[in-house]
Write a protein that binds this ligand. Structure first.
Ligand code: ADP
Ligand code: MG
Ligand code: MG
Length: 920
């Protein structure tokens, strides 16, 4: 195998001139190979992230072992030409020469050998790419010379056995197990805990055994020619670009398949030469908490992956000050320099060779949400970045994480150390949860709902029939499904932490059992999940809700407020929601749904009486009972909002929603009739029966084929003016009362579902008359507005006419989306919508992100026409889209006045609005 590959190198070289002149000259003009000193940080596309940053560090004069990079272009050429481009290898040999000159060592020269590592590195770091191979260039001959030259036989044989092991598993694709098993056997025999305790003699024996293993498995010798080692490793890196894992990952994260990976060939430095050598990884700040101190681990007398592989217990980076004080000081200085240059927290790999520090890699460090926020603010204070940059570095998800439970960081770390991290799935709905697993929705509902236990519902996938169980569970796990699966959609909608698509999970619902990465769990066993990261743990991992009053978060959000032009309001029905939202920074209430208040236990019978009333008088009596209740509701909202706008939507849903279902009434009537027969004359029962019968008749009379498009919204107010009159009276009585108490008020009365200018004309006249009357009675001046929702396409299209009568617009994008698509959301999201997303008929759920091409066009038209007619027209959005960053950016572009979202989305919306202002 090895020899044939060497031949291929030579023959391709000698055959070059035979090829057509055109092809050759075209190929000649391509530069495939770059020395570290020839590249820079902004060439990540060509040199890969790892390579480009090595070049940048070289330019900075940092101690980087030198090397060269074979470009991503070469990777693409490799696939096109089904082999290395013919003029590539000469360029590699030339770069190698330059490396030899620089280091004073020669590749493949036993008397003074140069060894190199071969590292993969695409533009974005991604799983599935080839693991790094260290110590390339060692052969049976070189290893002996190296032992003699360094006087360190242990080091030489340790390096060789590592090369044999890494090359065989990574490049030749042999099973890792026999190699590991042999080492384990040797450790047991020598009674040592880790490989650093094995002697030179043992390592030599191990190396020889590994050589035999290669011969046995591949039928060829382990390549004893350094150049062919290099070439085989290079090709293996290229091939790994199309490994299944890499391809799957790119598909899942929308990364193009033609970016290619680069190959970095770098002179080896050795952390395994003795006690003043070592290797480690550290971040320049704590990336869990954001604290300003180095965080990381290292090992003395170790090489490469030893630190992350967990075979030896690492030492925390602060211990370096005891082990090698001069190096510790040098390393922290280096960290500062890197942060200054890259203007962000860095994740640094380093190696110490006989007391000399080398940097092997640097990149922007991954961080927790909390650390992201704190670090962004710190960097501004340190003048490394601007406020605008800080606002763009934090994501809406980072802000969102502050509003959900998270694992307690120490507990999570301990769980990882215990080996309890079971798997990672898709992180589809943020928040951490811990609880006992159950395998069916009814048990979840029973235990989670009635018994208030913490349960986690585990399913292969969820269906509409499972929703009651999902609601009662603290979290949801599924083995199948993606980001738009039923489980994901429902979980996000209800704010349930969820991890889906966990391929390592096998659910055996019939036997109430699941297996995950070889471990079996039965009903009642405790697991924990983090829907923000996709992690699943065995056992309980305690959760905490991060403090929203984190000074860094408040600072960052105050910067966002300075930048954004969109207002951020909230949808709140109750004073407690309004207060919470104000605490999160809401500047008004964009939607208060009055009908929610009608559903409360003590009110529902009165609402039903109102609906059932046969005469105006009866109706009036019921309404006057509701009036003080609604007044109290609105008073609370006005008090909570202290003069900020409070938009109150008049009753919207069809009245039958306040009545029991037809089926239930029918059953009740039959039951009562039978009971009466048994008991004989009974006044109480007879009265109940009469009421149920009246309800039944009312329901039958009100039955509509399409209630969503029936008697609701403004139509209901026109049909039943007394009801909306009562609401308006309650609003203005409350406003006057609060104003009299010395608190400013600003009510905005919002009429739902308008389609026609004439509807508004009719209804506003009645309502404003009522408002004026109240203001007159109370003798206080109240500033107020009448406006409408824009949720019927006709209203959007005739917005100029509508604006004659509406002082403000608010897009109800849930209904507007339903009516524009002609899709009922409830039916779609539990049914065919999933299929549409799966088949790519819809690129995304239009109820989650505004459909800009359709619904968005209607909105655009409405804004334009509305403001033509009334230049000061305030236009907001109160549909669920108001809390979605992508939709918020769209609203910013449309020039809306504000977005209104649920209290928990307010902080997210503040950042998203700022980002929209900064990027559009
Ligand atoms: P990964 O992307 O998996 O981190 P790396 O290419 O960064 O892979 O390398 C794996 C390990 O090998 C790291 O610890 C790195 O520092 C080390 N390493 C890579 N090249 C060299 C080298 N030339 N000399 C010493 N150590 C190296
Ligand atoms: Mg690395
Ligand atoms: Mg609506």
């Amino acid at each position: 195998m090895a020899t044939s590959s060497v031949k291929r190198v030579k023959s391709s070289k000698s055959s070059t001139p035979k090829k057509s002149a055109g092809a050759t000259s075209k190929a000649r003009s391509t530069k495939w190979v770059y020395l570290f000193r020839e590249g820079r940080a902004d060439q990540k596309a060509l040199l890969g992230g790892k390579g480009a940053n090595l070049c940048e560090m070289t330019r900075l004069g940092l101690p980087v072992p030198q090397g060269f990079i074979i470009s991503t272009r070469a990777c693409n050429a490799y696939f096109e030409e089904k082999g290395l481009p013919r003029d590539l290898w000469p360029q590699v040999l030339k770069a190698l020469k330059s490396l030899e000159a620089e280091s004073g060592r020669t590749f493949a020269d036993p008397s003074n050998p140069l060894l190199v590592s071969c590292r993969s590195g695409a533009r974005f770091s991604m799983p599935g790419m080839m693991d790094t191979v260290l110590n390339l260039g060692l052969t049976r001959e070189v290893v002996q010379a190296l032992a003699q030259k360094t006087g360190n036989a242990r080091f030489a044989w340790d390096s060789y056995r590592r090369l044999l092991q890494m090359f065989s598993t990574v490049v030749l694709g042999l099973e890792a197990h026999p190699f590991e098993a042999e080492l384990a056997r040797r450790r047991a025999f020598a009674k040592v805990e880790n490989d650093s305790g094995l002697t030179a003699e043992t390592l030599r024996e191990v190396a020889e055994l590994f050589e035999q293993l290669v011969r046995k498995e591949t039928g060829a010798d382990f390549p004893q020619d350094p150049l062919s080692q290099l070439r085989l490793a290079t090709e293996a890196v290229f091939r790994s670009w199309n490994s299944k894992r890499a391809v799957d990952y790119r598909n899942a994260s929308g990364i193009a398949h033609d970016l290619g990976t680069a190959v970095t060939i770098q002179r080896m430095v050795f952390g395994n030469t003795g006690p003043t050598s070592g290797t480690g990884v550290a971040t320049t700040r704590n990336v869990t908490t954001g604290e300003q101190q180095l965080e990381g681990d290292y090992l003395l007398n170790a090489q490469g992956e030893d630190v992350v592989s967990g075979t030896r217990t690492t030492r925390p980076i602060r211990a370096l000050a005891d082990d090698l004080p001069a190096l510790a000081a040098q390393f922290s200085k280096l960290g500062v320099k890197l942060e200054k240059h890259f203007r962000d927290v860095q994740d640094v790999e380093f190696t110490i060779e006989d007391g000399t520090l080398y940097v092997l890699q640097t990149r922007d460090a991954k961080r927790s949400a909390q650390a992201a926020v704190r670090i962004a603010v710190q960097l501004v204070k340190e003048r490394l970045i601007t406020r605008d940059e800080a606002l763009l570095r934090v994501t809406p998800d980072h802000i969102d994480a502050y509003l959900h439970p998270q694992f307690e960081p120490k507990a999570r770390k301990a769980a990882v150390a215990r080996g309890d991290l079971l798997a990672k799935g898709l992180n589809v709905s943020p928040g951490a949860a811990t609880g006992a697993i159950v395998f069916d929705p009814d048990t979840a509902e029973h235990r989670g709902g009635k018994d208030k236990q913490a349960v986690i519902l585990v399913r292969a996938e969820t269906k509409p029939d499972d929703v009651h169980g999902m609601l009662a569970a603290r979290g949801i796990l599924t083995s199948r499904g993606g980001r738009t699966s039923h489980a994901a959609l429902v979980a996000r909608q209800f704010g349930k932490p969820a991890v889906v698509g966990i391929s390592a999970l096998e659910v055996d619902a019939a036997h109430k059992r699941m297996t995950i990465n070889g471990r079996t769990f039965v009903e009642g066993d405790v697991v924990s999940l983090d829907g923000a990261t996709g992690e699943v743990f065995a056992g309980e991992v305690p959760t905490v809700v991060p403090a929203f009053d984190d000074p860094a978060l408040l600072t960052l959000l105050s910067w966002a407020d300075e930048v954004r032009t969109l207002g951020v309001w909230t949808n709140a029905d109750y004073p407690r929601d309004a207060e919470r939202a104000r605490g999160y920074g809401a500047e008004g209430i964009g939607l208060c749904r009055t009908e929610h208040m009608f559903f409360e236990v003590e009110r529902l019978p009165i609402v039903q009486d109102m609906i059932l009333s046969a005469t105006e008088e009866e109706r009036y009596r019921a309404l006057s009972k509701l009036l003080p209740m609604q007044r109290a509701d609105f008073k609370g909202l006005f008090e909570a909002m202290h003069g900020l706008p409070v938009t109150i939507r008049l009753i919207d849903p069809p009245l039958h929603e306040f009545l029991p279902s037809h089926d239930k009434l029918l059953r009740d009537v039959v039951n009562l009739e039978t009971q009466l027969k048994v008991t004989g004359p009974n006044v109480a029962l007879a009265e109940r029966l009469a009421r149920e019968q009246r309800l039944l008749t009312a329901v039958e009379n009100m039955k509509e084929a399409n209630p969503m498009l029936g008697l609701r919204g403004v139509r209901l107010g026109i049909h039943f003016p007394a009801l909306v009159r009562m609401q308006v009276r309650a609003i203005f009585e409350a406003a006057c009362e609060v104003k009299k108490a010395g608190i400013a008020v600003y009510p905005k009365v919002m009429i739902p579902l308008t389609a026609l200018e004439s509807e508004l004309k009719f209804t506003r006249a009645i309502l404003e008359d009522e408002a004026r009357q109240v203001i007159h009675e109370q003798g206080v001046k109240v500033r107020y507005q009448f406006g409408t929702m824009i949720e019927v396409p006709r209203a959007a299209v005739t917005a100029d006419q509508i604006a004659q009568l509406a002082e403000f617009f608010s897009f109800g994008t849930n209904d507007l989306t339903q009516m524009t698509f002609g899709i009922s959301r409830d039916d779609a999201e539990t049914g065919f919508l999933l299929e549409y997303l799966d088949k790519g008929i819809l690129p995304e759920n239009p109820f989650a992100h505004i459909d800009e091409a359709g619904v968005g066009r209607l909105m655009e038209l409405a804004v334009k026409k509305g403001r033509q007619a009334r230049p000061t027209l305030e236009v907001g959005i109160c549909g669920e889209h108001g809390g979605d960053p992508k939709s918020i950016a769209f609203c910013h572009r449309l020039g809306l006045s504000y977005v209104s979202c649920s209290p928990f989305r307010v902080p997210v919306a503040r950042l998203a609005a700022a980002q929209a202002a900064l990027t559009s």
